[in-house]
Design a protein around this ligand. Structure first.
Ligand code: GLC
Length: 572
């Protein structure tokens, strides 16, 4: 019997429930909506679904601010609906991975409400500190240290009730739990077991590498708390304890655990995912998603330098090979749509959407497909500040305005990078509101839903959707994709993304032209073998360059030449 865990050959589909499917016409997606669309997910051939939070929440950060971990927010449905979802998914051979948000709770969680009283036994469940005296104003205080929150501004909020500050790595409505307090950890573990008992198959752990804070909470050199927190060694102790206290209680089941880790290095990821250390199965890292961030960070986007992107992914392939395990993603609910970000969502929309998905999936690891990615959904043309719904966008706008940056620049960056780009409704068909809701959607539907939608792609063998189905199926049949070694080719080439996967006598060459101009491949091995090899998958209708067609409707490709945004994976 093989001891290989199922998730090594799995593809996971992420559902952001607010924007997936609305069953009751209130304009917000819900669990019954997911149930109605389960056939779409199953038809993709994926193995599991990661469901973003559906727990009771004031929705300051769209459910990532939880006020009751063991109940479903009425916006999304009921616990009975969730039980039905688990059952319906299992009946289709799909597993359900829930979001676990335990670095922080909502400030409306009863734990935090109690904790605000300094005499409460729950005081130490959160991180409270007195302020520092303000040298300029004897009556006032300054925050306990200089840490800034991930969403900008100080990470501390003064609570008038007790006159002390509490730490919040995100919005002030998301106070950080104090993981150093054993009772907090036990409460979290009990809650996790309660979900596993209901049948869920694992957890995606939100910002899990922030849970352990350094002793004494010292000032950060750059003022960014992440540099102080993300590599705190206490994390590994907590993850190992969680494994023992939660997952080991079910020796007959194999779960999937993936930890979202901000600013994580491959060295830390190896520690967290080495099976022998018994912590997590895989992490979501950010290095490759940050390659286009400028000096001012995420909202200072720069043109993509392909060399940086492919080098980053290759480094993670090498560092984790045989030791840890990679997750693979280019999209999720926190990222703008990759086809708009690094592809060409105009003329070469179909080619670039399929190229990016294809290249990613042919790396080693477990790929995650974010809702709408499988049909090539694009960024939304956001124009005015009031068009956004995301708290992060609101804070970025406020701070950039305070810094005196020109309005045009701010709005341009927000349109490119805002998380709301990922959160516009799933485009099911060409009807008003894209088949997402019968009411009025909470975020506007992209006007391109008229042609860019599931229904339009369903029966088209050359659609993005059909390409993703083929891609996902390959993982089940081609061992080299799961187990093969990885070698990046031509690292300094600014337009060519090429690598070789090898396992036994299988040798898979992947070449992709990340540009809108034809690209002549380098001479010699292994490129010379491309045209004679067996094509595994390509993103042009005619596969290799032996037939007419192509995006321009002109001649097919010459031997040794890739057409605009062409991808080919060939056994050589
Ligand atoms: C994670 C989530 C993001 C959320 C943040 C705070 O990064 O993916 O959506 O805003 O954590 O919970």
């Amino acid at each position: 019997m093989s001891t290989e865990p199922w998730w090594r050959r799995a593809v996971v589909y992420q559902v952001y429930p607010r924007s997936f499917a609305d069953s009751d016409g209130d304009g917000i997606g819900d669990i019954r909506g997911i149930l109605q669309r389960l056939d779409h997910i199953a038809a993709l051939g994926v193995d599991a679904v990661w469901l973003s939070p559906v727990y009771v929440s004031p929705q300051v950060d769209n459910g990532y601010d939880i006020s009751d971990y063991q109940a479903i927010d009425p916006t999304f449905g009921t616990l009975a609906d969730l039980d039905e979802l688990i059952e319906a998914m299992h009946a289709r051979g799909l597993r359900l991975v829930m979001d676990l948000v335990v670095n922080h709770t909502s400030d409306q969680h009863p734990w935090f409400q109690e904790s605000r009283d300094p005499a409460s036994p729950r005081r130490d469940w959160y991180i409270w500190r007195p302020g520092r005296p303000d040298p300029d104003d004897p009556g006032a205080t300054l925050p306990p240290n200089n840490w800034s929150s991930v969403f900008l501004g100080s990470a501390w909020e003064l609570d008038p009730v007790s006159g002390e500050y509490y730490l919040h790595s995100f919005t002030p409505q998301q106070p950080d739990l104090n993981w150093a307090e054993p009772a907090v950890r036990q409460a979290v573990y009990a809650m996790m077991r309660w979900w596993l008992d209901r049948g869920v198959d694992g957890f995606r752990m939100d910002v899990i590498n922030l849970i352990s804070k350094p002793e004494g909470l010292p000032d950060a050199e750059q003022g960014n708390q992440l540099e102080m927190v993300v590599n705190d060694p206490g994390l590994h102790r907590y993850l190992a304890e969680m494994r023992r206290e939660v997952f080991d209680a079910y020796p007959d089941r194999t779960f999937l655990t993936v930890g979202e880790m901000l600013a994580v290095t491959p060295e830390q990821a190896v520690l967290a995912t080495d099976p022998a250390r018994r912590e997590l199965d895989m992490v979501f890292q950010f290095e490759h998603m940050d390659v286009d961030h400028g000096a001012l960070g995420k909202y200072d986007p720069q043109p993509l330098d392909l060399r940086a992107l492919k080098a980053s992914l290759a480094r993670w392939q090498e560092m984790l090979a045989g030791q840890g395990w990679n997750s693979l993603y280019l999209n999720n609910h926190d990222q703008p749509r990759v086809v708009s970000r690094w592809g060409d969502d105009g003329r070469y929309w179909r080619e670039s959407a399929t190229l990016l998905g294809g290249v990613l999936h042919l790396h080693q690891g477990t790929p995650f497909v974010y809702q709408g990615e499988e049909i090539g959904m694009t960024n939304y043309p956001f124009a005015r500040p009031e068009d956004y719904r995301d708290v992060e966008a609101a804070r970025a706008y406020e701070i950039a305005t305070m810094m005196g940056l020109p309005e045009e620049l701010i709005l341009g960056s927000m349109a490119r990078m805002s998380r709301d780009n990922a959160r516009t409704p799933m485009q099911w068909d060409g009807d008003a509101e894209a088949g997402f809701t019968t009411g009025r959607s909470w975020l506007p539907v992209h006007q391109n839903h008229l042609w860019l939608n599931v229904a339009a792609q369903q029966d088209d063998p050359h659609s993005v959707l059909s390409f993703y189905k083929r891609l996902i199926a390959l993982r089940k049949t081609e061992d080299v994709i799961t187990t093969g070694s990885f070698r990046l080719l031509e690292p300094d080439h600014a337009r060519l993304w090429a690598f070789v996967r090898e396992s036994g006598d299988q040798r898979l060459l992947v070449v992709a032209n990340v540009s809108g101009d034809p690209l002549r491949l380098p001479a010699g091995d292994p490129f010379a073998a491309l045209d004679g090899g067996r094509l595994l998958i390509g993103n042009y209708p005619d596969g290799a360059g032996d037939a007419p067609g192509g995006a321009e409707g002109g001649a097919g490709a010459e031997p040794g030449v890739l057409r605009p945004w062409e991808l080919r994976a060939v056994y050589v």
